[in-house]
Design a protein around this ligand. Sequence first.
Ligand SMILES: [Zn+2]
Ligand SMILES: [Zn+2]
Length: 335
Amino acid sequence: MERVDEAIEKAIYFLDRELAPSSKLRAFSKARERTHEVGIEELETRTTDETLTDLEGIGPSTATVIANAIRGVECDYLTKLDARSRVRITTDGQRYLDALRGDCHMHSTWSDGGAPIEAMARAARALGHEYIVLTDHSARLTIAHGLDEERLERQLDEIASLNDQLEPFRILTGMEVDIFEDGSLDLSDAMLSRLDVVVASVHSKFRMPSDQMTQRLVVAVANPHVNIIGHITNRKVIGGGRVGSVFNAEIVFAACARFDTAVEINCRPERQDPPEELLALAVEWKCSIAIDTDAHAPGQLEWQAFGCDKAAACGVPIESVINTLSVEELMSWAA
Ligand SMILES: [Zn+2]
Ligand SMILES: [Zn+2]
């Protein structure tokens, strides 16, 4: 059964890495459930009889992956999927990637992510990271199952016990906190001060007039609890797309530099935020930069390569990238 689990996990990892449609991912999650329901003996019999697809929830692709795992032979489907979903990186980008020691923005099943904290941590460790910051959504983002203080409190307990198991790897506590329209945050000061790293992002009212959006962002940037401003323009460049928010970037980046709040390079393919001309301006203002995946699944942790390419293209000084810091350095920077 272990081999079957492993093969299905791999498929899901590669599909997440290529931002596959959720229907494909659902097919494999469903297949995983189904294989556990029927058990290894029936799977073996059905592999021999070639009747796996008679099982409800098992289609041709999932059946191929399961059958090859049971037979212990190489799976063409997985090999192709692996090759197709590989994240490419330029030589210049690779220098940044080599320098990175962690990832400061990601989600788990506690909010709208697809994997438990432990799976995210293990995948990050396998990529060579020394730490991650777990930043699930705050309570106001109900569609993303955002955490209220009580759930956040419980999450901190889970992280503490995972850290005991995963040592020396570290899961830092954090949250992607919503920025309200007036720039205040969707979490109490008491709770904010208990988190290791805080990402603050706009998830509503993207179309505010420029002067109001500027003020909203500056208030958040100046908040002593905020360490990183997430996906600063909120644009979406894939699918229906979304035009970025309009604000006075000179003022916002001046504030980021003044309060040493990092500007995030959000690596998600549909975000690619900030656009290059804006990132170049942040570099001019000597802002700190965070290269973060905003991963919602383990396979997406590899997307840091996209942000590294962008950092290289925009001349981001490597020493300004906060996730090149060690855990201790990052913690004292964020404190
Ligand atoms: Zn966000
Ligand atoms: Zn996020």
